[in-house]
Design a binder for this molecule. Structure first.
Ligand SMILES: [Zn+2]
Ligand SMILES: [Zn+2]
Length: 900
């Protein structure tokens, strides 16, 4: 990829070199982090990746997250910190299991049940080996500066050991227990389904109103409405809202359940919505998730009337043995006969179906594993309260506290085959449970050999909750843990604040006795140009790899970062991409010019002893430096200081704007332009070139964390390899603010010079004069410093404005022409007779037009009918505009007077 000479390709084509550097960085091991501290006391920066699903493909959200992480990581690496970005993937239980099941169905037409558990697991591993690396390859392509030698997977042997260790410890502490829980059950597939495996289909159903007589209040009844009348057989209460006045007389009473003749209590619970139906609802804790929870709140019995085949149980009395839909018909017929069916109406409802076989899902109560959260939440709340973990933006800590204070126990078991199998063995003899780190030979309670491992696996988030320390070798006391734990920073999205971030904090404190990270930076969402969320259905999804191919990775990174202000979503538009690519192109073109000058002057490379912050090379005896050199080195130092602040406060948008402003507006538009002149003039050419190269080199280092590819490509060509030069820009020193480079005098002089040039250019633009036409002008300096500047930099001033200037002495007797005044100087462009006429005409026309507008506005404001009706804001705006117009007229009149 690298061309033989440092002659650059004419056009910036990132496709020609990005891949090369991405591979080379990894090959040379620049991102690898040693297990131990290399130098005692060296600052460590460590961060673990939010592990993407092993089935995943890089999407624009990853691209943003990884760009922010990469910028920060590269910056720390260039600061000289011992830096680790640890990569890896999550086994993503349900997502992966479903992908592999689908592919087995398509290719071999077999189900996982047909294969059996062991064979299926083997197939998933096979699939993982073959396809699981896609997202990692994509991350390498975009230059993520991870230590790839430390790539981890949540099902690795080491991480699985950490999972088992944690489970056993929590179990032994009494924090893991078994309990009843409601799951989605498919009566055909005979399996519990996760919410992800249930599809909700809008269906036209019916709402049946059933009357229950109240006990002890003759003639008083309540009417409940249900879409599933067969479940009434399992009712164990009816509920009314505690504040519903209509039912105050029922508090503490019971009703008689029709058909079953069972007396059930009236409970007060917010489950009943006074606005919905009659305000009374039936409660069936065994067959509805909301009722299940209400049942737990009120200690209601669970009566199971539907079994795992979807048939009615013995508890359904006369209806036992019927299929649930036959039972529905029978129940309705009986209610009708008893006169308990009040009315029937059409009703649209969402019905959950099994994603695989489309059978209607039955909510069933089953035994699941739980983790007690209250004891774990306490220390995790304290860690954030005490500032041992800081959220950025800060308001996320409020969201965190709210959730943590109301935390509920975590159902950690899943009825899947792909995942960490629960290390618990059930005894067929005594029914006891043996929980162990290693597979036990016998029941711990009775010694029986008839034990079998629990079929369930752990929730995926259980293993990712251990990620910051399991990836570093825990439960062994490794060097890595000593060096890199607690990690410095976590960068992630708000959507997994509870699923993942909170659990890492709790489990880190529990297992390691210390927080998993010091700072959590929560990034925003990437939205399209219209600020819409990206979604497949809207068709506005941007594929990061497609735009990367098209615009270059650097441009995509830059476009994302420019919108990445903390606490806001990121607007990602074509326009942002185009202007970001233009920026990379600008850097390329500056390099082309610089390399051309090197060739002209026979300079092959920038020789450097070190890459510390540079100081200007003097061009005159006595250490005198050129106007632009004194200025630019001060600017470099200032930008370095501001970059550091932006970096430390995660103000990525500011970092991007700083670089853009410095490189484009200051370096290219002024510094390079001035150096172009100096080199043309030929005097002190070597010194001028030397400064240009040093500043450019420093700018490339400053750009690197944000635009790693183009900066490396150019830096490798610019700086001579060998002594003093790091092998790659990615391990060179980041420019530091340098107090010695502060040069307020040079900044003032350069500012004045810029004002002079801008004033002269502005005048020319005002008069609509051809930029190529050479003009004559006069500068009247008002003070000594300005006078000195104009004398010493007259050639540069003339070249940059295409004007021949004389220097006027007295400000009183001024030449005629177009003019501008500042406190420091007046500048006048002399105009030919025709030019002056044109200017007069233009000014007169302008005054005439503006006068009309002013008169109109005054008339409107004097009109009371108008001012009475118009909003105050409109009136205010009109007044402001009026004042502006009047100033403009005055200015034009003055110019007209001067034009003679
Ligand atoms: Zn099914
Ligand atoms: Zn036993």
């Amino acid at each position: 990829m690298q061309l033989e000479s440092n002659q650059l390709a004419k056009v910036y084509e990132p496709q020609r070199f990005e891949q090369h550097w991405a591979e080379w960085w990894i090959e040379r091991g620049f991102f690898e982090a040693p297990a131990r501290l290399t130098v005692p006391g060296r600052t460590v920066f460590s961060l673990v990746i939010p592990p993407p699903n092993v089935t995943g493909m890089l999407h624009i959200g990853h691209m943003l997250e990884h760009t922010e992480i990469d910028v920060t990581t590269r910056w720390h690496r260039m600061q000289g910190d011992q830096t680790l970005w640890l990569p890896g993937t999550d086994h993503a239980g349900i997502a992966t299991q479903m992908v592999v099941e689908r592919s087995l169905k398509e290719t071999e037409n077999v189900t996982r049940q047909e294969l059996g558990r062991e064979e299926f697991e083997r197939r998933v591993w096979q699939w993982k080996e073959q396809y699981g690396g896609t997202i990692l390859k994509q991350m390498q392509r975009i230059g993520d500066s991870c230590d790839w030698s430390r790539n981890r997977f949540t099902m690795d042997a080491g991480l699985s050991r950490a999972v088992r260790e944690t489970f056993v410890r929590l179990y032994e502490k009494g924090l893991i227990y078994r309990g009843a829980y409601m799951v989605n059950w498919c009566p055909r597939c005979h399996t519990a389904l996760s919410d992800l495996e249930v599809v909700h289909v809008e269906t036209q159903g019916k709402l049946w109103h059933i009357r229950y007589p109240v006990q002890g209040l003759k003639g008083r009844t309540v009417t409940v409405a249900t879409t599933r009348p067969e479940t009434m057989l399992g009712d164990t209460a009816v509920a009314v809202h505690p504040d519903d006045e209509r039912y105050r007389d029922l508090h503490g009473r019971t009703v008689l359940l029709p058909l079953m003749n069972r007396e059930i209590p009236v409970i007060c619970d917010t489950l009943a919505d006074p606005e919905f139906g009659t305000g009374v609802v039936k409660v069936t804790p065994a067959h509805d998730p909301n009722d299940f929870e209400a049942g737990q709140r009120h200690n209601l019995p669970q009566i199971v009337v539907i079994d795992r085949n979807g048939c009615m149980t013995e508890a359904a009395g006369a209806f036992a043995g019927l299929d649930r839909y036959e039972a529905r018909k029978a129940v309705l017929a009986h209610l009708e006969a008893e006169g308990a069916l009040v009315k029937t109406e059409d009703y649209a409802l969402n019905v959950g179906q099994c994603q695989r076989c489309r059978t209607v899902v039955e909510p069933l109560v089953s035994t699941q594993w739980f983790c007690s959260m209250k004891p774990l939440a306490g220390p995790a709340i304290k860690a954030v309260e005490e500032g041992r973990i800081v959220f950025v933006p800060e308001n996320w800590s409020k969201t965190y506290f709210e959730w943590m204070y109301n935390i509920r126990d975590w159902c950690i078991s899943r009825q899947l085959w792909w995942g960490h199998r629960i290390p618990a063995w059930h005894c067929a003899e005594c029914g006891g449970v043996t929980v162990a780190r290693e597979e036990p030979q016998a029941c711990a309670q009775c010694g029986s050999k008839k034990i079998e491992q629990d079929p369930d696996v752990l929730d995926t988030w259980f293993s990712s909750g251990l990620w910051p320390f399991s990836t570093l070798g825990w439960p062994d006391a490794t060097d890595e843990l000593k060096t890199y734990y607690p990690t410095t920073l976590l960068i992630t999205g708000f959507d997994i604040l509870f699923f993942w971030v909170a659990r890492m904090i709790m489990l880190g404190l529990e297992c390691m006795g210390d927080v998993p990270f010091r700072t959590v930076y929560i990034h925003g969402l990437v939205r399209d140009a219209e600020r819409q969320k990206m979604s497949k259905t809207k068709g506005n999804v941007v594929d990061p790899l497609v735009v990367t191919e098209q615009y270059g990775t650097d441009a995509v990174r830059f476009a994302l970062l420019r919108g990445a202000a903390p606490g806001t979503d990121i607007v990602f538009s074509e326009e942002r991409l185009t202007s970001s690519r233009a920026f990379a192109n600008k850097i390329w073109n500056a390099a082309r010019f610089i390399f051309l000058q090197m060739e002209k002057l026979g300079v092959e490379h920038l020789e450097m002893a070190s890459v510390e912050a540079p100081a200007p090379v003097a061009i005159e005896a006595g250490g005198e430096v050129a106007l632009e050199d004194g200025w630019i080195y001060d600017r470099l130092s200032d930008v370095a200081a501001k970059m550091e602040r932006a970096q430390q406060t995660f103000r990525y948008h500011e970092a991007a704007e700083l670089l853009y402003g410095f490189f484009w507006d200051e370096f290219c538009d002024w510094y390079v332009e001035l150096k172009k002149l100096r080199l043309q003039q030929g005097e002190h050419a070597q010194e001028h070139l030397s400064n240009l190269l040093r500043v450019f080199e420093c700018a490339l280092r400053m750009l690197h964390p944000v635009l790693p590819f183009v900066s490396e490509e150019l830096w490798q060509r610019l700086v001579k390899q060998g002594a003093g030069r790091p092998e790659s820009l990615c391990i060179a020193a980041y420019p530091q603010a340098n107090p010695a480079a502060a040069n307020p005098a040079a900044v003032r002089r350069m500012g004045l010079f810029q004002e002079l040039v801008t004033a002269a250019r502005g005048l020319r633009a005002d008069q609509k004069l051809d930029p190529k036409q050479r003009l004559d002008g006069i500068v009247y300096p008002h003070d000594e410093p300005t006078k000195e500047l104009v004398f010493s930099e007259r050639a540069a001033l003339e070249a940059l404005t295409n004007t021949t200037f004389s220097i006027g002495e007295a400000a009183g007797a001024r030449a005629e022409g177009a003019s501008r005044s500042t406190p420091e100087f007046d500048v006048v462009l002399k105009l030919s007779g025709a030019q002056a006429d044109a200017m007069r005409q233009r000014l007169e026309k302008e005054i005439e037009q503006l006068t009309k507008v002013v008169e109109n506005t005054r008339r409107q404001l004097a009109n009371e009918k108008f001012t009475a009706r118009a909003p105050a804001q409109v009136i205010e705006e009109m007044k402001t505009k009026l004042a502006d117009y009047e100033t403009q007229i005055e200015r034009s009149r003055a110019a007209l007077g001067e034009a003679g």
